[in-house]
Design a protein around this ligand. Structure first.
Ligand SMILES: Cc1cc2nc3c(=O)[nH]c(=O)nc-3n(C[C@H](O)[C@H](O)[C@H](O)COP(=O)(O)OP(=O)(O)OC[C@H]3O[C@@H](n4cnc5c(N)ncnc54)[C@H](O)[C@@H]3O)c2cc1C
Length: 547
């Protein structure tokens, strides 16, 4: 909290080159790019960083193979390059993964036709990933015994990438980098609108935690409010060429269905791609695509029934999945950018998922529409160029603001870990060696953690039962990751509440201890507050799901 309090004070006293509204992937990457390149930047979010759309994605970093069907080859090429760039920049976090796709009899394309498409996809990605392969139903069954090949005519395997640690964690690392480069960021600070005063934007801000209001002054205002971009533009009187449409998507987290570490892809009953995605010792299944009028959405019984029905039809599980198997849910809207004059006759599912930057040069205002996690490095660079065009001097315009530290730093970490035999301390229930885990999550900031463990080996113990989080990570989160509410840690810096059943968490002695580390004297109150605000979130209220 110290960091947040200090930053809130600075927000009201300094004048910034740019204020970024919204700490999802677009805002976080923008803040990191601008701060890295030398601008004096502020970043606020009315909830937690990555607390909205950016914590509900499929966790995939992909070239958008499905857009090949709509012949949006320019977008596919761009996203493939963005995917490769992310894999190269974050080798420990963004990892290539195989997608095994099964094609059922009667599908609109034959497996051979689609397989040819995966070759084109592979070529569009500069042959950066492993080659695609064609699979017979027999071969599919050998590789993934849980797939029902009864009605299958074949399939293929190709590569894309996924986020090992979850989308919200990935986003927070950009916020952390922005802070390291000197940005002033605070979560739970809402913009209530802004006005132009002379050459400056004056934004009315409210600290959501205590209700106090204050002004933030900045030369350029960047609206990165995701699905709420239009709403915020109304508050500031901005007219833009683009607007958002909303497409709701949900995922269900269930016990691990297969430990093969590949994504299983199918075409759901509505013809859309449908995934079974690895998530540590759990599996994430989904998603849906429903046109919504508003960005505020919840999982409904119908959504759950759709996902369960589709998954049970395509797998031969010993016991079909039911709502009792759901550990947690994810639900958000994709903000889809459309031109304001595009009309009502558009095909909703075919709408492009590319991001668009709308700039009002006269008032130094930038809105970011649409986008994907996959495209975040381009968003950061593009907005930095835009801000520079609006007259802000970037002292280090060529600075590389993203990526893991150089190999020499990793070697230093790994050497130290080896010398202290860190991996021997890995709990038998963990899915990977402790050294890989700490490096991936904290990179160079994991080096001081080694010293903590050397001084007190209990710092290497798992604190919350059923997870892989060790004691020193929780101390690190408290000191460096702006944990304002317990949920910030449980759902976003870590993925505890996604993978541990709600009731198990409530009974967890380890969680109570983690609360004491995070909140000191306020621990009991925060614990109680969390369970009051988050009842069993896995299912919608009174969900009589028929499957
Ligand atoms: C179901 C689903 C699956 C997806 N799968 C993938 C995928 O696999 N790969 C991929 O690359 N992309 C995927 N996406 C797309 C991707 O998740 C989104 O494009 C991206 O997260 C949007 O980020 P954002 O920063 O624009 O919005 P958000 O993450 O929503 O961030 C906007 C932030 O603005 C804040 N805000 C709003 N109003 C205010 C205000 N007045 N004051 C302060 N703060 C405010 C909000 O609190 C919010 O945190 C998926 C999306 C969905 C919904």
């Amino acid at each position: 909290m110290k960091l947040r309090n200090r930053n809130i004070e600075k927000l009201s006293t300094e004048t910034f080159d740019a204020l970024v509204i919204g700490g999802g992937i677009n805002g976080a990457a923008t803040a990191a790019a601008l701060a890295g390149k030398g601008a004096n930047v502020a970043l606020i979010d009315r909830g937690d960083f990555a607390g909205s759309t950016s914590m509900h994605s499929s966790n995939l970093v992909w070239g958008g193979i499905k857009y090949m069907e709509s012949k949006d080859f320019a977008l596919v090429r761009k996203l493939c390059k963005s995917r490769n760039h992310l894999i190269k920049s974050y080798p420990s976090t963004v990892q290539e993964i195989r997608f095994l796709t099964t094609i059922s009899k009667g599908f609109r394309h034959s497996p051979h036709y689609l397989w040819a498409g995966t070759w084109l996809y592979w070529l569009m990605g500069n042959g950066f990933t492993k080659l695609p392969t064609l699979l017979s139903p027999k071969k599919i069954k050998q590789q993934e015994p849980i797939i029902d090949v009864e009605g299958a005519v074949g399939g293929f395997e190709y590569s894309d990438a996924y986020l090992h640690d979850n989308d919200a964690r990935f986003v927070f690392n950009f916020v952390r980098h922005a802070l390291n480069y000197g940005a002033i960021a605070a979560n739970y600070v809402e913009s209530q609108g802004a006005e132009r005063e002379g050459d400056l934007w004056v934004t009315k801000a409210r600290d959501v935690m205590d209700g106090h209001t204050f002004d933030i002054r900045a030369k350029v205002l960047i609206n990165a409010a995701g699905p709420w971009v239009d709403q915020h533009n109304e508050l500031t009187g901005q007219k833009t060429t683009h607007h958002h449409l909303y497409s709701k998507g949900i995922h269900l987290i269930v016990p691990q269905l297969t430990d093969s570490q590949r994504v299983l892809a199918f075409f759901a009953d509505d013809g859309r791609l449908f995934f079974v995605i690895p998530m540590g010792n759990r599996t994430c299944i989904g998603t849906t695509d429903t046109h919504m009028e508003q960005p505020e959405v919840d999982v409904t019984a119908d959504d759950i029934a759709f996902v369960l029905e589709n998954i049970n039809k395509r797998l031969t599980l010993a016991k079909p999945l039911t709502q009792d198997d759901i550990i947690s849910t994810r639900c958000g809207v994709r903000p889809l950018a459309i031109k304001a004059d595009q009309g009502e006759d558009r095909d909703f599912l075919q709408l492009s998922r590319k991001h668009v930057v709308d700039t009002n040069t006269e008032s130094a205002h930038v809105s970011i529409f649409g986008g994907k996690l996959t495209d975040c490095l381009n968003v950061g660079d593009e907005i930095a160029d835009e801000v520079s065009r609006l007259g802000v001097t970037l002292s280090a315009p060529s600075f590389k603001w993203y990526g893991e530290p150089p190999k020499s730093v990793k070697r230093q970490f790994m050497d130290q870990a080896k010398q202290m035999d860190l991996d021997a301390m890995t709990a038998p229930t963990s899915s990977e060696p402790l050294s890989s885990r700490l490096w991936r999550r904290y990179a160079d900031q994991a080096i001081p953690m080694l010293e903590k463990i050397r001084q007190d080996p209990a710092q290497g113990d798992i604190l919350i039962e059923g997870t892989e989080y060790i004691r020193c990570e929780i101390e690190h989160a408290r000191d460096h990751e702006m944990i304002t509410q317990l949920e910030d840690f449980l759902r976003r810096r870590a993925k505890v509440s996604l993978v541990v059943p709600h009731e198990q968490l409530r009974q967890s002695a380890g969680l109570k201890e983690a609360c004491r580390v995070l909140f000191g004297d306020d621990a009991d109150e925060r614990f109680k507050q969390y369970f009051e605000q988050n009842r069993d979130t896995a299912l919608p209220p009174s969900s009589a799901v028929e499957v």
